[in-house]
Design a protein around this ligand. Sequence first.
Ligand SMILES: [Zn+2]
Length: 64
Amino acid sequence: MRDFAYIYCEECKRKDLLQVTKTDREYAKSNGGLFKRVMDHGDHSLEVYIDGYGVTRRFRIHER
Ligand SMILES: [Zn+2]
């Protein structure tokens, strides 16, 4: 069990550390195992789906 998820953005190569809270884990448990976060990267945003263990499962990049 990790308290942080490592996020990597393929668009701008930015690496981020995201805190995974107990609430996130509980949310993930009741929503198919994943919770979502959207991060603002200036000219685009990064949408990530993280599981209850802090592992990134899916991501999507949204251009502005
Ligand atoms: Zn980015």
